[in-house]
Ligand binder design. Structure first.
Ligand SMILES: NC(=O)C1=CN([C@@H]2O[C@H](COP(=O)(O)OP(=O)(O)OC[C@H]3O[C@@H](n4cnc5c(N)ncnc54)[C@H](O)[C@@H]3O)[C@@H](O)[C@H]2O)C=CC1
Ligand SMILES: O=C(O)CCC(=O)N[C@@H](CCC(=O)O)C(=O)O
Length: 490
């Protein structure tokens, strides 16, 4: 039982809410348990952030950066331990969680650069005085994180929010509380002043108490479209509060006349099955041409996918795919597959729940061409790739756009004109050509349109929603203009 669960005003607190726990989905073992934060503790965390705001925002950027850099140093010296905790709590293989910690470290330099480039100060001479564009922090912001990158994705909001001068109440995913606890311990060790970064743990009711709190100036959310929409409704009527939403996708990947079949298969697998399909950028719908070449590509894709190694995060011979986040998530994937089969889809490689006590599933491929007219526009957040066979490129693009989401999309094709045609028509925030559609760079904006987000892209553009612009015209003494407006006599 962890007593040091909620970090409020620089101290660790025991929760007053109900018991919660975290389970290692590969080994089916409880690795963390505690009591969630009560609504009263959520309120205390917001008050602590409010009390810390003025002093924190008044520090120079360099001073704030020095705390963030110290945190980065601590990430570096604790990277193996943190990568292990992420693996243990999410099931992701160690090779992959090491890259997650590396991305957290890389975020610091990228956010420093983005702060200056996106929200730097601009000075323009005026006939009288000087004009300035500067940026100010919003105040107290809530940050909600998902489970699939429990370190990297909340970090992608926390670091730029702190650099901009905001203070924070962070609510991690209830499936990954241990990772959050370790990360906050590092922030504490970095000497962050009390109240600047607070963390409360809990399930939906804790999230609701935080999101509904009148003391918030903004909320930065990465998670499912369903929850994001609830938050959007909750924030309706509060135009003064900033809401940044990064949500799911139903991402298309189209293959057209590409010569190197092995390279195509590599990019498909990397797009659809990395992280056991638990990336918001993962390819969910794969468009393959009808005909003999398409048949051959599909055959080889099925063979290669069937050979993907699935296994424990700490196996000596590392798997490509680890366990899904939970036994429940694995069950939901088998149910999603069964629902598609019931509708008339044809399984080409069946997704199997390999051990029903854990989160292990094998990757699946299913032909949804026969049910295209009734295909549910849903994000199935796991390793199940839906194949659509097509004859006409334009109708494939139309079908690719036939979704309420718009996060990532890709084309695997050797012809540049085809790519330009695709680029002009496809609707998504991330559009790649001959590269996997996962693995987006933090040096670029990251986000989607439609149900994937609300046009407040994160990663490089996170600086934009962490501060508001202020336009000022300034002169150091009150001065009478040389020429008065018509009709004025002084
Ligand atoms: N576009 C992006 O940048 C990314 C999007 N995602 C999306 O996230 C999802 C997976 O993450 P999950 O953790 O399952 O998301 P989720 O929506 O279930 O949870 C996200 C956070 O919201 C909280 N929450 C849940 N219900 C709430 C409510 N009614 N009110 C307030 N808070 C609530 C959770 O406790 C958690 O902290 C997928 O849909 C995926 O596509 C994941 C990574 C990146
Ligand atoms: O925020 C960044 O630094 C870049 C965005 C990012 O890391 N994207 C990853 C994971 C996000 C996800 O899909 O869950 C990716 O595109 O693979």
């Amino acid at each position: 039982m962890s007593n040091n669960t909620h970090f409020i005003a620089g101290d660790w607190h025991t929760g007053d809410g109900h018991a919660i726990q975290s389970i290692d989905p590969a080994k089916n073992q409880v690795i963390w348990q505690a009591n969630s934060a009560s609504a009263q503790q959520v309120d205390l965390a917001i008050k602590a952030a409010r009390n810390a705001f003025l002093d924190w925002s008044n520090l120079s950027f360099e001073t704030r950066l020095s705390f963030v850099k110290k945190f980065g140093d601590l990430l570096s010296s604790n990277k193996q331990e943190l990568a292990f905790t992420i693996a243990q709590e999410t099931g992701k293989p160690l090779w992959e969680t090491a890259t997650e910690v590396a991305a957290m470290i890389g975020k610091i330099g990228l956010s420093e650069k983005a702060y200056h480039e996106r929200t730097g100060t601009v000075e323009n001479p005026m006939p009288v005085g000087q004009a300035f564009i500067r940026h100010k922090p919003h105040g107290v912001v809530a940050i909600f994180g998902p489970y699939n990158f429990p370190g990297h994705l909340p970090n992608g909001h926390i670091v730029p929010a702190l650099l901009a001068g905001n203070t924070i109440v962070f609510k991690p995913s209830d499936l990954t509380p241990l990772v959050a606890e370790k990360v906050i311990q590092l922030w504490q060790e970095a000497g962050l002043p009390a109240g600047v970064l607070n963390m409360i743990q809990g399930e939906v009711e804790t999230g609701k108490a935080l999101a509904a709190h009148s003391g918030l100036d903004g909320l930065f959310f990465t998670g499912s479209s369903r929850t994001g929409k609830l938050l959007h409704e909750q924030f309706a009527g509060h135009p003064g509060k900033i809401l940044a939403l990064e949500m799911g996708g139903n991402n298309p990947l189209i293959v057209k006349d590409a010569k190197d079949t092995k390279a195509v298969i590599h990019d498909i697998i990397q797009s659809a099955f990395v992280t056991s399909g638990q990336r918001c950028t993962c390819a969910r719908r794969l468009f393959i041409q009808q005909g003999q070449e398409g048949d051959e590509l599909l055959k080889q894709l099925i063979e290669a996918t069937a050979k993907i190694k699935v296994g424990k995060y700490d196996a000596d011979e590392q798997p490509f795919m680890g366990a899904m986040i939970s036994q429940h998530a694995a069950t939901l994937m088998t149910q999603a597959q069964a629902q598609l089969i019931n509708l008339g889809a044809k399984p080409l490689l069946t997704l199997e729940h390999l051990d029903t006590e854990s989160g292990f599933v094998s990757p699946g491929i299913i032909d949804v061409t026969p049910i295209l007219a009734n295909l549910p526009d849903e994000e199935h957040f796991g390793p199940l790739l839906k194949v659509v066979r097509y004859t006409d490129f334009d109708s494939a693009i139309d079908e690719a756009n036939n979704t309420s989401f718009g996060l990532s999309a890709g084309l695997l094709c050797d012809n540049q004109e085809d790519y330009q045609h695709f680029y002009q028509r496809i609707r998504a925030g991330i559009v790649n050509w001959n590269r996997p559609i996962t693995g987006a760079s933090g040096a670029a904006p990251f986000g989607g349109i439609g149900d994937s987000g609300n046009h407040r892209a994160s990663a490089y553009y996170a600086a934009d929603y962490c501060a508001y612009p202020v336009a000022s015209v300034e002169l150091d003494t009150v001065t009478l203009p040389g020429t008065l407006s018509p009709g004025l006599t002084l």
